[in-house]
Design a protein around this ligand. Structure first.
Ligand SMILES: NC(=O)c1ccc[n+]([C@@H]2O[C@H](COP(=O)([O-])OP(=O)(O)OC[C@H]3O[C@@H](n4cnc5c(N)ncnc54)[C@H](O)[C@@H]3O)[C@@H](O)[C@H]2O)c1
Length: 367
């Protein structure tokens, strides 16, 4: 399907992922409206994403997704065919401290969006940025290689330095790449629960209507444009800042926490392909690199990329509520139905992040 004649509305479209998506869509000839409240946590000291939207083809509306009147007015003016829902509170750790704020924006923001879509009419597709956090520990196999459900890890085990996910009999399990079709949801944080609600609410609200709902469950998105100041942002941006401040990196647990890091440009392309697909994949599509890197390895890679010793780190054994041991996507569904696969490997992606973050850091510290 061509999107050159489509009108597209992106909540949270001035953010890290949304701003790159908006630029891709106008390059395809679409008309884009971005609604964003410029949340200080995402935008303070990080002006480039907002500034990049100052181009023909993009209309920016500064408003809160929970403000029903503002959202409906913006949507009525935009008359979109396609809506991307990216506006969210995004910090896993912070969600424990601010549960009402997280649920207001992520849950009530979504129901407010549903009502605005219904009031406007004419919307063909809604595509939401889901999160792999809804899986909790994710897919695992037992000692015989058979699928087994992992429970949330027990703080008593973690205190004893036993970090492996376990089944209900206390047997250690081996994590494997996770796909929505074979792994039940088990959110382990308030952020994750609120992200799951977004998926449920949109699917339920438009069930049996002409509005198609698409869900991309994203792994750890990284790259240029991710706030270096936000303490609740992705781990690679936090490392980038700490390395440039001359700090020793603190690595949780035993360093073997494993994540699937996917570059922001690849993720924006996946959203663009959902909009353009002749037949949008039904249900959930997992998006990630499809391979994992341990936090210890990635910290060393970043230290080296910044010209530092790979040993300028400390494995602390500390652990955090809501942290899972291993998160890697099985991206076979994205490859099959969307013909999407990541274009950038971790080493090249990290070089991009390092280059961008050193420019940002020098601009801030020189200013
Ligand atoms: N970055 C990741 O690793 C990752 C992983 C999984 C899912 N996601 C999801 O992707 C989406 C985009 O995340 P991102 O990484 O670009 O984060 P981001 O913080 O850069 O972008 C979110 C945008 O939403 C805006 N926003 C926040 N609250 C709002 C509100 N109440 N009203 C209007 N706008 C509001 C922010 O100002 C920001 O521009 C989010 O829904 C997030 O949950 C991101």
């Amino acid at each position: 399907m061509s999107i050159s004649d489509k009108r597209i509305f992106i909540t949270g479209g001035a953010g890290f992922i949304g701003s790159r998506l908006a630029l891709r869509l106008i390059a395809d000839g679409a008309q884009v409206t971005v609604l964003d409240n410029f949340h200080p946590q995402a935008h303070e000291g990080n002006p480039d994403n907002r500034a990049s939207l100052n181009v023909d083809g993009i209309t920016v509306v500064e408003a809160d997704v929970c403000d029903a009147a503002a959202l409906q007015a913006a949507m009525k003016a935009a008359q979109p065919h396609i809506v991307f829902h990216l506006a969210a509170e995004t910090g896993t750790g912070q969600s424990f401290d601010l549960p009402t704020r997280y649920c207001n924006v992520n849950v009530i923001g979504t129901t407010t969006l549903i009502e605005a879509i219904r009031a406007t009419g004419g919307v063909e597709r809604v595509i939401v940025a889901g999160s792999r956090s809804v899986y909790g520990e994710g897919a695992c196999v037992d000692a015989d290689g058979l699928p087994a459900a992992a429970l949330e890890r027990d703080p008593a085990d973690l205190k004893n330095g036993d970090f492996a996910p376990k089944d209900r009999h206390g047997r250690s399990l081996t994590p494997v790449p996770t796909a929505a079709a074979s792994c039940p949801v088990a959110p382990a944080s308030i952020y994750a629960s609120s992200k799951l609600m977004q998926e449920y609410l949109l699917t339920q609200a438009f069930w049996g209507t002409d509005v198609e709902v698409g869900i991309l469950r994203l792994q750890n998105v990284y790259g240029p444009g991710q706030s270096l100041n936000n303490p609740y942002t992705g781990v690679l941006s936090i490392f980038a800042r700490q390395i440039q401040e001359g700090k020793t990196l603190e690595i949780y647990e035993d360093g073997v926490i494993t994540r699937d890091f996917v570059l922001v440009d690849d993720v924006a392309r996946a959203f663009q392909m959902m909009a353009a697909a002749d037949q949008m994949p039904k249900g959930i599509v997992d998006i990630g690199a499809g391979s994992g890197a341990s936090i210890l390895d990635v910290a060393r890679m970043m230290l080296v990329a910044f010209g530092e010793s790979p040993d300028k780190l400390r494995i602390t054994g500390a652990f955090r509520p809501g942290d899972i041991r291993y998160g890697v996507a099985d991206i076979s569904r994205a490859a099959e139905l969307l013909k999407w696969e990541p274009a950038m490997d971790l080493k090249e992606g990290l070089e991009k992040l390092v280059l961008w973050s050193s420019q940002q850091f020098h601009e801030t510290t020189a200013g």
